[in-house]
Design a protein around this ligand. Structure first.
Ligand code: ZN
Length: 104
């Protein structure tokens, strides 16, 4: 199972810009992304927005990989039994390459 994020994501860019203050359906999406934004702010080497957005995209991919295990008994069972592997990856819109994330 692949969790495939992508560079220059508009949803993550919006989440970095608003810090979850939007309302309605978009607000719900941004709230879901906000833990990744917090992690990115803590670890990013630069406060530049484009750097933060890419760091938040990476963190969001990792968090979604983890949440698949914690939110689905079926996926957890298969993953722990070695029948399913969850792989995070990022699609680069500029060169079309997909980079796989290592392990954890
Ligand atoms: Zn996107």
């Amino acid at each position: 199972m692949m969790v495939l994020g992508h560079s220059r994501c508009g949803a993550v860019t919006a989440a970095v810009g608003t810090e979850g203050k939007s309302e309605g359906n978009i607000g719900t999406i941004l709230e879901t992304i906000s833990p990744a934004v917090t992690l990115a702010r803590n670890e990013a080497k630069s406060k530049e927005k484009a750097v933060l957005v890419e760091a938040a995209i990476d963190q969001n991919i990792k968090l979604v990989c983890k949440s698949l295990i914690t939110q689905s008994e079926v996926i957890k069972h298969l993953a722990h039994g070695g029948k399913l592997k969850i792989v995070g990856a990022k699609y680069d819109l500029d060169d079309g390459k997909v980079t796989l994330f290592d392990g954890k």
